[in-house]
Design a binder for this molecule. Structure first.
Ligand code: HEM
Length: 93
């Protein structure tokens, strides 16, 4: 299942006027199910968002968010709070 990014980021998480590019519809995996291709621990998700996924459209965000690492942790907290997964995250594979 895929999810457009405009459903990913809640209003107010980032300062007004900051435009985040959304992946093309269907291009990026859902971040709200139990499947984490690159690892589902907080640390692994932080690493994926921070460094991006080389060779894919997923860019590194470590220098792209105004609040730096703090913003990445806010995004992870949001992903957890809005997740539809009711079991422990699947391990990376
Ligand atoms: C702040 C915005 C974004 C966040 C928080 C985010 C987060 C993530 C995370 C956590 C994953 C890994 C999912 C997993 O392990 O199953 C991922 C994968 C991916 N993202 Fe993003 N992403 C963002 C923006 C974007 C944008 C703008 C694009 C494209 C223009 C994009 C394209 C992708 C793609 C293609 C993948 C899959 C990579 C693969 O094939 O392994 N993402 N994203």
């Amino acid at each position: 299942m895929t999810q457009p990014l405009d459903l990913l980021l809640p209003p107010g998480l980032f300062p007004p006027g900051l435009a985040l590019p959304a992946p093309p519809r269907g291009a990026a995996p859902s971040l709200f199910d139990c499947t984490w291709k690159h690892g589902g621990s907080d640390e692994e998700i932080f690493h994926t968002i921070s460094e991006g996924v080389p060779g894919t459209q997923m860019p590194p965000w470590k220098k792209g968010l105004p609040g730096g690492a703090e913003d990445i942790w806010k995004v992870i907290a949001y992903l957890r709070s809005a997740s539809t997964c009711t079991v422990n995250p699947a391990p990376a594979h």
